[in-house]
Design a protein around this ligand. Structure first.
Ligand code: CA
Length: 387
């Protein structure tokens, strides 16, 4: 399905989402500037944060809960870094730490759509918070399951809700699959996930997409305007001792919790022999939504490998102006119009006769291709420290 305004999309929404894509592409800094002014004057952006806390999820959630630009309609934990039995109470702990028990937390999927759950306790510790221990939460999740709640909130505020996803995309895929009109009502989706430059759990795949490639494919093909903050940029964000010291010096519950999680994560990385601190993957996705000018952007058609024996979860970015396909200025537009999207050659046993999966290039994703790490950490540490 090519991305185009769905039938139910209002003109206002199309203009808004186009402006966001333009702005985020870095092609129109004045648009960004005017949006920034508008953002401070306008009412906060409605978001739902789908997450699998997770060390970097924890800091991302604290950042989001400290950001006045956001009206967080829900936090929806999913199985990923650790099982749901841990991501759910971790999310509840974090809303308590931030004093934000007003935010509904809805339990999500226990397992990917069609695969066995693979976790990342090697990176996030057995408790998902890098071994940092916090009291048992007393707050309870709402009764409604995550996918149903996501669906209800998006329908309640059509074209207003942005999904910020920090884990495997199972909850979102279930919501979209249960309601085919839903995708056209979502304002946008900003994900930490994917990579156009190799994976972290396999050479091909980034963890979030690897865990549930079938869900990711549903999301990428849904028509929702997607902003992808993947390993291409998150690898450039390492938490340092200095960051943790600033957090420790700030005397408030959020900075203290972030410092504790950060210090544990740095020590854990060191024990595993890494030369740099842990990457702040998920916080960068939240920051990208708050201030897209921190990153550089390029439009791609992105699809997900689901059939690979070794490569499931790989994200493929097609672009008529990337890599070897780069053309002379002036010829780029023609290249886009004539570029077909090609998959693997059909096998003799296949009913398919052509490798062409799309007859022309239409971007579905704005991909972050570079980041100003200094500005990112100024935002992250500044807000967590309460400056
Ligand atoms: Ca995560």
């Amino acid at each position: 399905m090519d991305w185009k305004p769905s039938v139910g999309m209002t003109r206002r929404r199309f203009v808004t989402s186009s402006a966001a894509v333009l702005a985020a592409s870095g092609l129109a800094r004045d648009v960004v500037a005017s949006q920034g002014q508008a953002a401070s004057a306008r009412s906060p952006f409605r978001v739902i944060i789908d997450t699998d806390p997770g060390v970097d999820d924890a800091l991302a959630l604290l950042l989001a809960m400290r950001s006045p630009e956001l009206k967080i309609e829900a936090i929806t934990p999913v199985a990923g870094n650790v099982p749901l039995e841990l991501t759910l109470p971790n999310a509840l702990r974090l809303v308590e730490i931030a004093g934000r028990t007003d935010i509904p937390v809805a339990a999500g999927a226990r397992a990917p759509l069609v695969r066995r759950l693979v976790t990342a306790t090697y990176a996030h510790g057995e408790n998902g918070l890098g071994g940092a221990v916090f009291p048992e939460p007393t707050t309870k999740p709402i009764a409604e399951p995550a996918a149903e709640y996501i669906r209800r909130i998006v329908r309640k505020y059509p074209h207003e809700v942005t999904l910020i996803t920090l884990g495997p995309l199972t909850n979102i895929a279930i919501a979209l699959s249960s309601d085919w009109g839903l995708a056209g009502m979502v304002r946008g989706l900003t994900m930490m996930g994917g990579s156009l430059s190799g994976g972290n759990i396999t050479p091909a795949a980034e963890f979030n997409i690897y865990v549930d490639p079938e869900a990711a494919r549903i999301v990428f093909q849904s028509g929702i305007p997607i902003t992808m903050v993947g390993l291409d940029v998150t690898r450039k964000t390492s938490l340092t001792e200095e960051h943790v010291r600033v957090l420790e010096a700030a005397q408030n519950p959020v900075s203290q919790a972030a410092a504790k999680i950060g210090r544990n994560a740095i020590n854990h990385n060191r024990e595993r022999g890494f030369l740099v601190g842990p990457n702040m993957h998920d916080s960068l996705a939240v920051a990208a939504f708050l201030d897209p000018t921190i990153l550089k952007w390029q439009e791609y058609y992105v699809d997900v490998e689901t059939a690979g024996e070794l490569t499931a979860g790989e994200t493929l970015g097609y672009s008529p102006v990337a890599g070897d396909l780069k053309r002379r200025p002036g010829m780029e537009k023609d290249a886009a119009a004539s570029m077909t999207i090609r998959g693997s050659a059909p096998t003799l046993a296949s009913t398919k006769t052509s490798p062409v999966v799309r007859d022309k290039f239409v971007p579905n994703t704005n991909v972050a291709v570079d980041v100003d790490s200094g500005r990112f950490f100024d935002l992250l540490i500044g807000r967590l420290a309460g400056q």
